[in-house]
Design a protein around this ligand. Structure first.
Ligand code: PBG
Length: 309
């Protein structure tokens, strides 16, 4: 009878699995702070992709971990860059997979910031140009969805304009609309080698104390033509998710970030919590709060748990 009256149900279709791709060959290396998450080089990615497909996961988001970093993050918009090659490979060999490209510069800049730096400050508009170039190169490689995460003002309209002009009018934008300056990103920065080398990201990512600012951020992205809105991180921001779902008629995405993953993994490895039930409780809470889709490092685990049922 409980299942008869259950209001919120998690489906495999809701899950988006993040992949970290490194340059080089023969690499499969576990990320130290994220047990069960691996860096792959493209030649070994089939292992991971076959598993994802066999578990019934239909979407991935791709993060590149390049060797070459410079001031202007040039590997981010290199047409034969690590993300572009990965997208092309996946679309050729796994055409049914929905491939989302994370569009940012921080993994590619030597200073680790998400934009161009001048005199210690991030330049908004100049960064938009590079971000747009990155998005176009990803669309050209075959990305199904562009997901800009650098939090520069006006990034949705800049990227929409750039994509349209380049002929990619049908490639949607999944905006990291509401992205907080969060300590929950710690393990990701370890995985993506993207820690800022000076300062922090508080001039472009949001203050965790703010709710009205989240509405303004989402409103502007909505008006600029975003096709999906994202709230990130997820767990400490379920109230914001509900707010977004009630206000904006767009698919809402929760990013269940690295720190949220690692905390549960660590506790489970110590035998302090029951991993399976806590993972399902947590993912269900995000859907209950209004998320339609969840980007999560637990996607494979959750798909297995759903099969067991
Ligand atoms: C950066 C980016 C970040 C994440 C994804 N893209 C965070 C950041 O360092 O600001 C974090 C994801 C995670 O913690 O799982 N553009």
């Amino acid at each position: 009878m409980r299942s008869l009256v259950r209001e919120t149900v998690l489906h495999k279709e809701d899950l988006i699995y993040p992949l970290f791709i490194v340059e080089g060959e023969g690499v499969k290396k576990e990320v130290g702070s994220m047990p069960g998450v691996f860096h792959y080089s493209l030649d070994r990615l089939d292992e991971e992709l076959n598993e994802i497909v066999s578990l019934g996961i239909k979407s991935i988001i791709v993060f590149g971990v390049p060797q070459h970093k410079d001031e202007r993050g040039s590997s981010a918009y290199d047409e034969s860059g690590v993300v572009q090659s990965t997208i092309a490979y996946v679309k050729e060999h796994y055409p049914e997979m929905t491939v989302i490209a994370d569009t940012c510069l921080c993994q590619y800049t030597d200073h680790g910031h998400c934009g161009v730096i001048h005199d210690g400050d991030v330049l908004n508009d100049e960064s938009l140009e590079l971000l747009t170039q990155t998005a176009i190169s990803q669309a050209k490689a075959g990305a199904d969805i562009i997901a800009p995460s650098n939090m520069m003002d006006g990034f949705v309209s800049a990227i929409r304009g750039g994509l349209d002009e380049a002929g990619y009018t049908d490639v949607p934008i999944m905006s990291y609309a509401v992205k907080y300056a969060s300590s929950f990103y710690g393990p990701f920065r370890d995985a993506a080698h993207s820690s800022p080398q000076f300062g922090d990201r508080k001039t472009y990512q949001m203050d965790p104390a703010n709710r009205l600012e989240a509405i303004r951020e989402a409103q502007s992205d909505y008006e600029e033509g975003a096709d999906f809105l994202m709230v990130k991180p997820a767990l400490a921001y379920l109230d914001i998710m509900r707010e977004m779902k009630d206000r904006f008629p767009l698919p809402l995405v929760a990013y269940n970030v690295s720190g949220e993953y690692s905390m549960i993994k660590a506790a489970a490895m110590n035998g302090w919590v029951d991993e399976k039930s806590i993972v399902m409780e947590k993912l269900t809470s995000m859907k209950r709060a209004g998320a339609d889709l969840i980007i999560t490092y637990f996607a494979k685990d959750a798909a297995r748990y759903l099969d067991e049922k």
